[in-house]
Ligand binder design. Sequence first.
Ligand SMILES: *Cc1c(COP(=O)(O)O)cnc(C)c1O
Length: 356
Amino acid sequence: MTMTPQPGIMDINLYQSGASKIEGVSEVIKLSSNENPHGPSKRALDAFRQAAGELHLYPSTDHSALRHAIGDVQGLDPERITCGVGSDEIISFLCYAYAGPGDEVLHTEHGFSMYRISALAAGASPVAAPETERRTDVDKLLAAVTERTKLVFVANPNNPTGTMIDETEVARLADGLPEGCLLVLDGAYAEFVEGFDAGQAVIDARDNVFMTRTFSKAYGLGGLRIGYGYGPKEIIDTLNRVRGPFNLSVPALKAAEMAMRDTGYLDWCRAENVRMRDWMTAQLHAIGVKVDPSEANFILARFDDQAQAEAIDAHLKTKGLIVRLVAGYNLPDCIRITVGTEEACKQVVAAIKEAL
Ligand SMILES: *Cc1c(COP(=O)(O)O)cnc(C)c1O
């Protein structure tokens, strides 16, 4: 028997996750997946452990307690939130619900690879619009929109560049889209930007903008797989039809709820990230390495060429330091480095100095 997958499926290249091991090295420091080096809130961990007593029970289907926690803390209407197995799942719900064969899903040149993967899985065609100097370019995105464009994904701040565009630019993008085309703001790194609403004001003033958020980065819960989406009620109602009723487990729901309510811990993580990110950026600038100002929990270091980037990556590996080459994101001369603990950042900087 020969089974033929739906068109587009075999065009998907498997997602490349950040490496976590080095052959022959037992102690490694992983700075390749933008994880929180301090882990999750202690209160979230306690909630996770307590959930062990409830594992025989099915989880809530409507995620009411988590949606209300998010609503309380972020000032969002809980009725306009839906939760997913990471924001990856929200991205795929959006593609399944709104894009199919003949439709286009637009993203930025160096954009997150899940946009392309989810578009292809839904049978739609991914389209990349150029960025300018590793920054989202609203004019170039608008120029790439056609009557077939259904979704436009923009991560703000962006990964792997760390750059972002301001609210005026986001609003200009939203207002330039044709009827029947949804702007999706991927806020995976929004928590790292002090005072940033992740696009909430732009969303609340329109019916064609949506945001995805995650507990995987600033909240330190990447291993649990929890994300959410916020936007027009009509879109939430649509996504909830595509979503599996028990998509989030009891421990995931309980831990996320406590992580959201522990705002003190998030504030501390944000401050610590800024401190070490600025330190690492200044250190690299001082030795002539180019680094764009990052708003996220990683920096993108630019070297002379691909060979130099690869040589530095290889040297870091010998020290047990795992960072991320981003040739797959069309940035072959760059290395993305997650902001780690103070000790980890010091080791990375020392090793790059040595290699140069
Ligand atoms: C890490 C990341 C995500 C988060 O994915 P989860 O499925 O929530 O873990 C989403 N978008 C971007 C741009 C990311 O870098």
